[in-house]
Design a protein around this ligand. Structure first.
Ligand SMILES: Nc1ncnc2c1ncn2[C@@H]1O[C@H](COP(=O)(O)OP(=O)(O)OP(=O)(O)O)[C@@H](O)[C@H]1O
Length: 804
């Protein structure tokens, strides 16, 4: 019935759209109205399409005999009464929160499973007010089916089985900073994404500024990339911090120790000092070659100009305009005075022609000509008017000034004293010059400054991006940059005008021919772009694929501020990255999700308090997630040992189920590890059939061990941005963060432990990636933290002991 109704509504929307397109739209006003209507109908059609799979997944039977169906979208009948409630609607809420102990008017909750358009399963819970029947899980059967399902390399939405503690976070108001702390597998990522969908549905105005979702790397963003479009939401930009500076591709890797230094809060002061250093007074007077003359700037001249430039809170490049103007004024006066001095005697009378002009240099003569001195007066040897007064009036001085401003010697000195700077130039110059670094970063040690040093043009790293952003805030727009941007905008506007005209043509031809083919009232079966879109919209879509949505406009604009910002794996963010994100969200409407026990990055946070205090003081609220939906209890027990070694005060999350397969470990010889790993990878892969296997290895051994695995299992994915949809993928811990797999093999845990000061956190992350099976291969003795895992894998693949 619901699918039938959705089909009807979809057809009606398509029909209306076709009708609107057939209407003549002669005036501009009529065309605009047509476009608006067409866009609205096109959005409706798209929404119905997105909800096709699992349209309805629940039913609530109330004690008052009312019955509601819950689904991905809301659907009304002819009278406007609800047939299907959107999962985000307030009336749908009991589906997620009603329990046997607190049924809230609900008698029965039904989970409905569909495949294509057929119901293939029902699961009922009777909520009879019996507190003893309280299990703590909502829709247990549907939930367990979801968590046990094989993984595909793409995250799925969880609207059908959201749990109470998750629902509370998702529906929490948008204001202020909400921190969601939870152990591995507690659904933090899933909750963050559903919260984005909920906020966009409930607070429509958020769509205008869009929502930013920040994740740790490109692989992770691809992993979660389908969830929001699947929920019908597109006003969301997914990005890493490293991608938030338009025009810079932060593709270079660097040692973790360097990234750690770049992430420290003190780097804000280093960048500010680096900017100030570019405004430093010269040591002693500066001589400027100007034609065949030499002009001279005293330190005091510099200081006067700098004082004028820096009155009030101005940015470096804006201040430069004032500085340049002041210094040019001074130089103009200097040249003018010199001209007058050589041309007039002490009483202001013109000098004798021969002597006076003899004292003038070639540049002076040129300047005088440029300043409007009549050639004949110069020829006559006089530089003053008949009345004996100098002829350098305001206009003459202005011209002289223009000439000075264009003189290469003058430009070079101005550039030296107060250069126009882009963030890129500021940082390249800083990192390439030990003297600049020493001056801007006196609080770093020589060794730390050494780590920051690099040749210009080496390429940017993700940790550079917050520094570039910081610099951009202090520099303001560089003149050249502003000009280039204005030119780009003008070009884009011209191209867009052309495209609109072209699209209008396409639309008219297309609508004309289609409508003539159609019977009265018939709608076209296959909708083309022209059926769906108005000319302007069509032009917009053709313009460039990346300029279509709010999210994409936001991605191209460094100064864009978002309606809401969601940060995933937020524990990894450095202090400098936090500063950048806070600038993108002045309203501080933010959701921050993560687990401080999983922090692997040396620049990351060890407490939320420490990360957030500088930006939000104590004005942030904490919500906790406590149930692990990913890692089975057997594997979580092994991970808990590592967590206890990390900090005995930390509580592991409670697993929602057992897998029935205990984790195993196996000792190998150091030389035998690659071979053993490859063999076990092949066995696990064969065992898994449909699911996904991850082999997690120490970062330093990634290339070597991945090659060994790929030699045994062709098609295994690895590399900087591996394809997670392949059956086997070899990853470092850093790459595996936030991801999950049916089965996981960990190689050389001792090397993971010792690779960084946060080695235990890393091992904890690696151990908690599996949804079903876990094996550990350790060359030599087992690290103490893993001694609790039973040796040998008789419970695992094929019950045969297997030793290398
Ligand atoms: N209510 C739920 N119903 C079904 N599946 C769920 C539910 N909550 C979480 N899951 C599943 O549990 C798994 C872990 O979720 P998610 O990746 O969001 O956890 P996380 O807290 O971000 O983990 P980590 O900190 O390890 O990155 C996912 O497969 C997710 O779909």
């Amino acid at each position: 019935m619901l699918y039938q109704r959705v089909d009807e509504l979809r057809e009606r929307a398509a029909e209306r759209m076709a009708g609107v397109l057939r209407e003549a739209a002669g005036t501009r006003q009529a065309r605009v109205e047509r476009e608006v209507a067409v866009t609205r109908y096109a959005e409706r059609v798209a929404k119905f399409d997105a909800a096709e799979k699992g349209l309805c997944f629940g039913r609530l039977d109330r004690r008052d005999d009312e019955r509601f169906y819950i689904g991905r979208i809301g659907v009304l009948d002819e009278e406007g009464d609800p047939l299907l409630l959107d999962w985000r609607a307030p009336a749908a809420r009991p589906f997620y929160v009603a329990t046997a102990a607190a049924p809230g008017g609900v008698r029965r909750r039904r989970h409905i499973t569909t495949r294509d358009r057929r119901v293939i399963g029902l699961d009922d819970e009777v909520l009879d007010g019996d507190a003893a029947g309280e299990e703590g899980l909502i829709g247990e059967a549907a939930l367990l089916a979801a968590v046990n399902a094989g993984r595909t390399g793409r995250m799925r939405d969880i609207v059908e089985t959201l749990q109470v503690e998750q629902d509370e976070i998702i529906r929490s108001g948008p204001r202020g900073v909400l921190v969601v702390q939870g152990g591995p597998g507690t659904g933090k990522t899933a909750v963050a994404l559903h919260r984005a969908a909920y906020l966009l549905y409930t607070h429509r105005q958020l769509a205008e500024r869009g929502v930013l979702v920040v994740g740790p790397n490109a692989t992770f963003l691809r992993y979660i990339g389908q969830v929001l479009p699947g929920l019908g939401e597109t006003s969301v930009l997914l990005s890493t911090v490293g991608d938030l500076f338009p025009g810079v591709t932060a593709g270079r890797a660097e040692p973790p120790a360097t990234a750690e230094i770049k992430g420290r809060a003190i780097m804000a002061e280093v960048v500010a000092a680096a900017v100030r250093d570019r405004q430093a007074p010269p040591r002693g007077p500066v001589e400027i070659a100007y034609g065949d003359q030499t002009l001279r700037l005293e330190e005091e001249d510099y200081r006067r100009a700098a004082r004028a430039a820096l009155t009030g809170p101005v940015l470096h490049n804006q201040a430069r305009r004032i500085f340049v103007r002041e210094l040019l004024d001074q130089l103009t006066r200097q040249v003018a005075q010199r001209l007058e001095a050589v041309a007039l005697d002490d009483e202001g009378r013109p000098l004798d022609g021969g002597d006076g002009l003899g004292a003038l240099g070639e540049a002076d003569v040129r300047a005088l000509l440029a300043a409007g001195y009549p050639q004949e007066l110069l020829d006559a040897g006089s530089v003053a008017g008949d009345d004996g007064r100098p002829l350098l009036d305001e206009d003459d001085l202005a011209e002289l000034r223009t000439e000075l401003a264009a003189a290469p010697g003058v430009r070079a000195v101005l550039d030296e004293l107060w250069p126009g700077l882009t963030p890129q130039r500021l940082l390249s110059d800083l990192f390439a010059d030990p003297a600049r670094l020493a001056s801007a970063a006196p609080h770093l040690t020589d060794a730390e400054r050494g780590l920051l040093s690099r040749a210009p043009g080496a390429g940017w790293t993700p940790a550079d991006v917050p520094l570039l952003d910081e610099a951009a805030e202090l520099l303001g727009e560089d003149d050249r940059e502003a000009q280039a941007q204005a030119a780009r905008r003008a070009r884009a506007a011209a191209e867009r005008r052309e495209e609109i005209e072209y699209a209008q043509g396409v639309l008219e031809i297309s609508v004309g021919s289609r409508s003539s083919d159609l019977e009265e009232g018939e709608i076209p079966e296959i909708l083309t772009a022209a059926d769906l879109l108005g000319a302007e919209e069509l032009a917009g879509r053709q313009e460039t694929v990346t300029r279509r949505t709010v999210a994409e406009r936001a991605a191209a604009d460094r100064t864009w501020t978002f309606g809401h910002v969601i940060v995933d794996e937020a524990q990894e963010l450095s202090a400098m990255a936090w500063r950048l994100l806070m600038r993108r969200c002045p309203s501080r409407s933010m959701t921050i999700v993560g687990d401080v026990a999983q922090t692997g990055d040396a620049a990351g946070a060890s407490s939320w308090e420490q990360a957030l205090r500088p930006h939000a003081g104590d004005r942030w609220r904490l919500a906790q997630l406590t149930v692990n939906y990913r890692t089975p209890a057997e594997i979580m027990a092994a991970a808990a040992d590592v967590l206890a070694a990390l900090d005995p005060a930390l509580e592991p999350p409670r697993s929602v189920r057992q897998a029935g397969v205990p984790p195993w470990r196996l000792a190998t010889t150091p030389a035998g590890l690659p071979h053993a790993l490859a063999e076990h990878s092949a066995r696990e892969a064969a065992h898994l059939e449909e699911g996904r296997l991850a082999v997690i290895v120490p970062e330093a051994r990634l290339a070597e061990l991945a090659a060994a695995v790929a030699a045994e299992v062709p098609g295994a994915a690895y590399g900087p941005d591996p394809d997670l949809e392949r059956p086997i993928v070899v990853l470092s811990v850093r790459q595996a963060k936030g991801l999950e797999f049916d089965s996981v093999l960990i190689a050389d845990p001792a090397a993971i432990l010792t690779a960084s000061p946060r080695g235990r956190n890393d091992l904890y992350v690696a151990l908690t990636r599996a949804t079903q099976r876990l094996g550990v291969l350790h060359p030599g003795a087992v690290p103490a933290e893993l001694a609790g895992i039973s040796e040998g894998f008789e419970h695992s693949v094929d019950n045969r002991p297997f030793n290398f």
